[in-house]
Ligand binder design. Structure first.
Ligand code: SF4
Length: 161
């Protein structure tokens, strides 16, 4: 790694950019996330800002249970994000599918599809809990990825061993 890469990595860890994806939720979590960007909570004070392109983002924040319709978009967005990257499951939906569990249109929960680093529980979570989760995500970025794996990767690793 050259000096330029080191500088870029340090900047990314101190000021992580966030890409948000609603993977089929009711928008309740999205409204709480937007609240974190308002002057009252102002996550930009912590260097965290919302980014429109996954190619420039460090943190993927997913709300919603991940439906079959949103699965391909989720996987494409995750693949487009540069390493190191951290995934935050925003609310109960990505963690468990919540009230949507058992529906035939569900592809989630999220950890089946991409590695999840931080869970922010709640339906929806309060802005304070979301900010705490984003700070945890920034700390994981600063320490390097924690090596978590998806359920399907764990199955693959079990087959290989
Ligand atoms: S966790 Fe609750 S508020 Fe958030 S998207 Fe799911 S149902 Fe809506």
């Amino acid at each position: 790694m050259n000096i330029f890469d080191k500088l870029v990595n340090q900047a990314r860890r101190r000021s992580p950019w966030l890409f948000h994806l609603n993977a089929g939720g009711c928008n309740g979590c999205d409204i709480e996330l937007v609240t974190c960007l308002t002057p009252r909570y102002d996550v930009e004070q912590l260097g965290i800002r919302l980014e429109g392109s996954p190619r420039h983002a460090d943190i993927l924040c997913v709300s919603g249970p991940v439906t079959r319709n949103t699965k391909a978009a989720l996987e494409a967005i995750y693949a487009q994000m540069p390493e190191p990257k951290v995934v935050v499951a925003l609310g109960s939906c990505p963690a468990t599918c919540n009230v949507f569990a058992g529906s035939p249109v569900m592809a989630g929960p999220l950890e089946r599809l991409v590695p999840v680093d931080v869970y922010v529980p709640g339906c929806p979570p309060r802005p304070e809990a979301i900010i705490e989760g984003l700070v945890q995500a920034a700390q994981i970025l600063a320490q390097g990825r924690n090596g978590s794996t998806t359920q399907s990767e764990q199955v693959d690793q079990g087959r290989e061993s």
